[in-house]
Design a protein around this ligand. Structure first.
Ligand SMILES: NCc1[nH]cc(CCC(=O)O)c1CC(=O)O
Length: 311
């Protein structure tokens, strides 16, 4: 099949999102030297609204306008952080994932200007984060720290930190790498210390359904192990049917022997209750593994925890 002459790539317009687009453009050009790419940046509700995300539509706040541009034919290819793509509902009708790029670091990092580690932070240190997942885990392990609401793209959060609006931040390692700010990391947190969100560090390429020439051209950018991990993780979230205030964390891993496993947790907002599950896929499809881990947590009471949280 022939390759399109021009591929218009749509994404959010934050520095991180634009860096992600540059990675996609570079990989596309390497694979198809003749292809031209063009960037279509859009502002999303999630970028404009700096209040509580559950007060706007919550989920989808970072993807809705990008999906709309794709569906309207203003662009051919959307680049999304899988973490930001709602998994409780199907992808917008008429769109499909054509590839999951090779996964980046899944871990969160502590950014403390004085270079302290999480365990060294003194009582009352203000951690800038609005993430219910991060807040619940910190409350469980470091109850002497105080979380203060903090939104905005990563660059803006770093500016607000510099302005003294918090004493430290938690941010994804992959995001900091994408904006070339690995230098601000004072500690990389293990997934045991701070379990990552579903889809961490994965970029997805989304196309219009039936746009076969394009889907063919970009599917070569996909990484098979990442595809398995993303499939298991997203099915897990789909079955669990969380909402934007539910502290849920987890990650799938393909190990050196090619075996896929999925570990996941549901927390109460105060971190005092933590449900855990970890299963191996064996011969199961990755999506079946995701279902099985979700069911294991539901059997432990995950539904009651999730529904009991205001949203
Ligand atoms: N909510 C914004 C967002 N979406 C994806 C990432 C990190 C990059 C990724 O996991 O792909 C971030 C920043 C953060 O959580 O620090």
């Amino acid at each position: 099949m022939s390759v399109p002459e021009l591929i218009r790539v749509v994404s959010r317009d934050s520095p991180m999102a634009l860096a992600q687009v540059e990675r996609v453009r570079a990989e596309l050009t390497a694979l198809h030297p003749g292809v031209r790419t063009e960037v279509v940046p859009v502002k999303t509700t999630g970028d404009k609204w700096l209040g509580d995300l559950s007060k706007v539509e919550g989920k989808g706040a970072f993807t809705k306008e990008v999906d709309a541009a794709l569906l309207a034919g203003e662009a051919d290819l959307a680049v999304h952080c899988v973490k930001d793509v709602p998994a409780d509902r199907p992808l917008p009708a008429g769109t499909v994932f054509a590839a999951f790029l090779k996964r980046d670091d899944i871990r969160d990092a502590l950014v403390h200007p004085g270079g302290l580690t999480l365990d060294e932070l003194p009582d009352g240190t203000r951690i800038g984060t609005s993430s219910v997942r991060r807040i619940a885990q910190l409350a469980a392990t470091h109850p002497h720290l105080e979380c203060v609401p903090f939104r905005g793209n990563a660059n803006r959060r770093l500016e607000k930190l510099r302005a003294g609006e918090a004493d430290a931040l938690l941010l994804a390692v992959s995001g900091l790498e994408r904006i070339d700010r690995r230098d601000v990391i004072s500690e990389v947190l293990s997934p045991e210390t701070m379990m990552p969100p579903i889809g961490a560090g994965i970029l997805a390429l989304q196309c219009r359904e039936g746009d076969d020439e394009l889907i063919d051209a970009v599917s070569g950018l996909g990484d098979p192990d990442t595809h398995r991990e993303a499939t298991a993780e997203r099915m897990f979230l789909h079955v669990l049917q969380g909402h934007c205030n539910s502290p849920i964390a987890g990650y799938a891993r393909v190990d050196h022997g090619g075996e896929l496993s999925l570990r996941a947790c549901v927390f109460t907002p105060d971190g005092k209750t933590r449900l855990n599950a970890h299963e191996w896929a064996g011969r199961l499809h990755p999506a079946t593994l995701g279902t099985s881990v979700a069911v294991a947590l539901l059997r432990q009471g995950a539904r009651e925890i999730i529904d009991g949280i205001p949203h």
